[in-house]
Design a protein around this ligand. Structure first.
Ligand code: FE2
Length: 219
């Protein structure tokens, strides 16, 4: 199966798709690349205070639009949970975890500033999730320049799965992320590649990368 575990294609609830029209366009492009299933994972962060109810509402709206439009792709919903003190403790306290494929939880770090994690210890938070019988996925570590390879490998050794972005390999975030992502793939550290789809720029860059002879991974 060609499954995408990570995307921001639900309309208007984070920094991804802005309108339902754009959402449909993004999903249709992904279907045309061969994806059988897309998991919608809106951010839950200090800036985007999404709840499962809010996500469900937009998920239903997009599902309906795709069936009207005849786009042949299965849609599922989850979230991308950021480790920050403003939302993550709430997620656990309110039981807001929505596992991907019944087992995975996307747990992102702040992109640029580790200090935004506050006092949260990522290893401790990963272990909490694992104690619930779930497997944490760390998305796009190639984009966290403050995260050392050794620390990342300590997470992997503890059972965390690594997900890199197709866009990183395609150069969407610059040379440094591209180099880091390629190295992680070559070293066999990456369990999953995902689109992290946000907008049409992603479609363009990932589309070019696929046209150049690269392929989607299958799970
Ligand atoms: Fe994301």
């Amino acid at each position: 199966m060609k499954v995408d575990f990570h995307s921001h294609i639900l309309p208007g609830i984070d920094d991804g798709a802005k309108t339902l029209e754009e959402s449909v366009q993004l999903a249709a492009s992904m279907a045309s690349w061969g994806f059988d299933r897309i998991t919608c994972t809106p951010h839950i962060t200090r800036l985007y205070r999404n709840t499962p109810d809010m996500i469900r509402r937009e998920f239903d709206r997009l599902s309906e639009a795709l069936s009207v439009n005849g786009t042949d792709v299965e849609l599922r919903m989850s979230a991308e949970y950021r480790l920050n003190p403003e939302t993550w403790p709430d997620v656990l306290a309110k039981d807001w975890l929505m596992p991907i494929e019944d087992k995975y939880i996307l747990m992102e770090f702040p992109i640029s500033h580790r200090s935004e994690m506050g006092d949260l210890d990522p290893m401790e938070e990963f272990r909490k999730v694992m104690s619930l019988g779930l497997t944490p996925i760390l998305p796009h570590p190639e984009r966290y320049f403050y995260l050392s390879h050794d620390e990342m490998m300590s997470f992997v050794d503890a059972g965390v799965k690594i997900q890199s972005n197709y866009g990183s390999l395609a150069g969407l975030y610059g040379l440094e992320s591209r180099y880091r992502a390629q190295k992680l793939v070559d070293e066999g550290v990456v369990s999953f590649l995902a689109t992290d789809m946000h907008n049409l720029k992603y479609v363009e860059i990932i589309g070019k990368w696929l046209s150049a002879g690269n392929s989607l991974w299958e799970y």
